[in-house]
Write a protein that binds this ligand. Structure first.
Ligand code: GAL
Length: 449
């Protein structure tokens, strides 16, 4: 994608520019002021699950440093701050007893955002289920919706007067596939017996969360997020094309289509037929749907796959960007702004999507802190390409209302521990010292225009 020299103002006066963060990745303070454990605290204790044996216990210590970090958001020129609420901080057992100190923390955080003129944009669920609920079956349990209703209602009633911008779930494909099918993320479960009920509960929870927010929060702007990645076949052989189609259904259609009232995308893919039958999905089409004000699109990579009969169900395997010698991040993820443009257009083409917010986009590169400077030119280049792609999609009619970078500071990057750094601000995790990277300064200058 060619880089236009565009000022931020060309996206429109009301365009939302934000940074996105998540409680489990930033807050730390895992056992302070009455917080209960989350599945990530427990999962990180299992040998070999997290790079370097890292724990999310302290993370960025955002719990204590939120004022300084919000000052950074402000200094970089963003007007929106996306964060999530740690379920086990406000309901240590997942249900029942409310932790007043946890409730008070989010009031302080929201008040500080408002005092600084930052719009608080709240994610209800960003992957950190209370461990107490995981013991009862977690996302696979029949009780999940009841637990979730309690959590959402509490958040809406507590914060709904001050917070108007809400996201129900962060990337349901991410936490159900990695956490309940592949076992690479918390809670580390595997197999279809876990995956199917987790998918179905997440699909119902995203719609139900929307309904609850609509009911409890006056004038709420309600959305939920979906990860997306364009999937390309390695060759134009029919087998490869079909493999790419199956992967595409899983990665790009499984969660958004039920939300839009289309039910599960179950034709042409035996695994999805199974899901359809297993969940008796036809009974739920209406309950799986909610008329969201916006959908959040999160994009990190494009995929190329080829047919591989050895891979269960999807029968496709990835041909890594490095082996294809195409540009990629330190995560190994293909950099492909054109594919981002195509995905934005594609989600818009559903027709029933009212507004799109790019609720996460960003990259990990091997940053070096030298004499107090992180000159992360690759990240700057990445943002320029992706913003240009977004501009093009918007110009061509996709109703894109905002863009959030992932993320403010380096943080606890799930199974990658503290190694994979996505922040605009570098953190020395021994001292918690923050250093704005050159990409952070680039954003400041971009947003100033
Ligand atoms: C997203 C996730 C974020 C962050 C990011 C970078 O899928 O929502 O929490 O970790 O990926 O890997």
């Amino acid at each position: 994608m060619k880089l236009p020299v565009l000022p931020a103002s060309s996206f429109g006066k009301d365009f939302l520019w934000g940074v996105a963060t998540a409680a489990a990745q930033n807050e730390g303070a895992y056992n302070i002021d009455g917080r209960g454990l989350s599945i990530w605290d427990s999962f990180s204790r299992r040998k070999g699950k997290i790079q370097g044996g890292a724990k999310p216990y302290e993370a960025c210590d955002f719990y204590h440093r939120y004022k300084d970090d919000l000052m950074l958001v402000k200094a970089l020129g963003f007007s929106v701050f996306r964060f999530s609420i740690s379920w086990s901080r406000i309901l240590p057992d997942g249900m029942g007893r409310v932790n007043k100190e946890g409730i008070a923390f989010y009031h302080r955080l929201i008040d500080e955002c408002l005092a600084l003129g930052l719009t608080p944009f709240v994610t209800l669920y960003h992957w950190d289920l209370p461990q107490a609920l995981e013991k009862e079956g977690g996302w696979t349990s029949h009780s999940l919706l009841r637990w979730f209703t309690r959590f959402v209602t509490l958040c809406a009633e507590e914060y709904g007067d001050k917070v108007k911008h809400w996201i129900v779930l962060n990337e349901p494909m991410g936490f159900t596939s990695l956490g309940y099918m592949l076992g690479r993320h918390a809670p580390g479960r595997t197999g279809l017996n876990n995956f199917f009920p987790a998918i179905h509960n997440a699909v119902l929870a995203q719609a139900e969360g929307g309904r609850l927010l609509r009911h409890y929060v006056k004038d709420a702007y309600i959305g939920t997020t979906f990860s997306c990645s364009e999937v390309m076949p390695y060759t134009d052989k029919e087998d490869d094309i079909k493999a790419a189609q199956r992967m595409d259904i899983l990665l790009n259609r499984l969660f958004v289509e039920p939300a839009l009232g289309r039910g599960y995308p179950h034709n042409d893919f035996p695994l999805m037929d199974k899901l359809y039958l297993h969940t008796k999905a036809w009974k739920y089409t209406e309950r799986m749907q909610f008329n969201f004000d916006f959908i959040g699109i999160q994009n990190y990579f494009a995929l190329t796959v080829k047919h591989n009969p050895l891979i269960p169900y999807v029968q496709a395997s990835e041909i890594k960007a490095a082996s294809r010698k195409v540009p990629h991040t330190a995560m190994g993820w293909e950099i492909n702004a054109d594919s981002f443009y195509r995905m934005l257009k594609r989600f818009w083409m559903y027709g029933s999507v009212k507004e799109i917010i790019v609720s996460e986009n960003g990259a990990y590169f091997k940053d070096e802190l030298k004499n107090g400077v992180v000159n992360d030119v690759q990240r700057i280049d990445y943002f320029q390409q992706y913003l240009a792609a977004m501009y093009k999609a918007k110009q061509e009619g996709a109703n894109i209302k905002g863009y959030f970078t992932w993320t403010l500071t380096d943080n606890f990057e799930w199974a990658e521990g503290y190694k994979a750094r996505f922040g605009l601000v570098h953190i020395d995790f021994k001292t918690q010292l923050r250093t704005i990277k050159n990409s952070g300064y680039w954003w400041r200058d971009f947003l100033k225009q």
